[in-house]
Ligand binder design. Structure first.
Ligand SMILES: NC(=O)c1ccc[n+]([C@@H]2O[C@H](COP(=O)([O-])OP(=O)(O)OC[C@H]3O[C@@H](n4cnc5c(N)ncnc54)[C@H](O)[C@@H]3O)[C@@H](O)[C@H]2O)c1
Length: 350
């Protein structure tokens, strides 16, 4: 646990899945949290519930992060010591259909944010990157020093993360008094144990866990498992590094604490936030059934183009430098995701 008493932190996209859990952890650990979000994939209700849990007031302002003047107003009023930049579009399939939209929103918001930080003298930035930057060239365990060539990322979403990482490297180099931390998330799942906040994708969910919980609730008929013939895993289904969203939120707090430490020289840092363990789709389904007592109806389909057989992090750099590691098990991830979905079958919509 860290103490952020007296420090204001601005969260772009803070009403979303990872942002709302991070808002909760930071507020519980004493920070004054301010959220800006255009609610294109979220609702202000998530932050209202964070306020309810933490008993703290969290200003939650409707703003498109591409609006630099609007950001500058917020920064002038709230004087954040740091920004955590979650805002962006993240649906892989949609990014293949509408690459221009992904470039406009993800690059445009980051560029406007950097401009506003420069004009307002805010010098600390944490960015939500992704394991997708490792592409299909690298063999797991994936480490931060591996090369990340642009032509090996699988989709425009991944490309947007990789290019933003490079944008921020140059930004930090030109502003040597800035600290920038790039956090490469693996596969966040689960929810706060209260079941009051959780993952609430608009429309048809892309990620595995919201699909699993919807199948268990009967909202979706069957779960499609793509590929059970990968020789790289014991049961033939692909494996991923799942991380409980509360562990991920605490990883942001650890990165922020490190960044704000007295006497720490400004720097650009990159960390994997993952558990270091690979779990296959079929193992995840078994854990879900064990944790919840619910059967998950499934259909086996051929492999999906572009899916990696195995992906997991080497999280040792974050373990060492941020003094952080994942604490929560796959069973807890399943139990908490189910608890949230059961209490909120329609997400934040009543
Ligand atoms: N969830 C994952 O599996 C995952 C994995 C790796 C990286 N990430 C990254 O982490 C970040 C947060 O992801 P999440 O899962 O919480 O997604 P999310 O969609 O729940 O949260 C993103 C938030 O950004 C907001 N937003 C989008 N465009 C905006 C804009 N132009 N102006 C203001 N707000 C805007 C959305 O309304 C939403 O509240 C994203 O950048 C995502 O790419 C997510």
């Amino acid at each position: 646990m860290h103490n952020f008493e007296g420090q204001t932190v601005l969260l772009t996209g803070g009403a979303g899945y990872i942002g709302s859990h991070t808002a909760l952890v930071l507020a519980q650990w004493g920070a004054k949290v301010v959220v800006v979000d255009n609610f294109c994939n979220s609702a202000p209700e998530s932050i209202r519930r964070v306020e309810e849990i933490t008993q703290k007031t969290i200003p939650c302002l409707e703003l498109d992060v591409r609006d630099q003047a609007g950001l500058e107003e917020v920064m002038t009023e709230h004087k954040p010591v740091a920004v955590i930049h979650f805002a962006g579009l993240k649906a892989v399939g949609e990014s293949v259909e509408k690459p221009q939209l992904y470039f406009e929103v993800n690059f445009g918001s980051t560029s406007a944010l950097c401009g506003a930080m420069q004009n307002c003298g805010v010098k600390n930035l944490i960015f939500s990157s992704s394991a997708t930057v490792y592409g299909d060239l690298n063999q797991p365990p994936l480490t931060e020093t591996m090369s990340t060539p642009m032509d090996r990322v699988a989709n425009p979403y991944g490309l947007s993360k990789l290019v933003i990482e490079q944008m921020l490297k140059w930004q930090q180099r030109a502003n040597s008094d800035w600290s920038v931390t790039l956090l490469r998330y693996f596969n966040p799942v689960g929810a706060h144990p209260s079941g009051k906040i959780g993952e609430d994708p608009q429309g048809d969910p892309n990620n595995l866990m919201p699909r699993v919980t919807r199948v268990a609730l009967g909202i979706i008929d069957t779960l499609h498992v793509f590929g059970t013939d990968y020789p790289e895993t014991d049961d033939g289904s692909p494996s991923r590094d799942y991380i409980h969203v509360m562990d991920l939120a605490e990883g942001h707090a650890a990165a922020l604490a490190e960044m704000l430490k007295d006497g720490r020289p400004p720097a650009l840092k990159t960390y994997n936030l993952g558990s270091g363990k690979a779990t296959t789709v079929l193992e995840l389904l078994a854990a879900f059934e064990e944790a919840t007592g619910q059967k998950v109806k499934r259909e086996i389909h051929p492999r999906r183009e572009g899916d990696l057989p195995v992906s997991f992090a080497d999280p040792s750099l974050a373990n060492k430098e941020l003094n952080w590691k994942t604490q929560r098990s796959i069973v807890e991830m399943c139990r908490d995701a189910w608890n949230w979905q059961q209490q909120n079958p329609n997400g934040y919509r009543a």
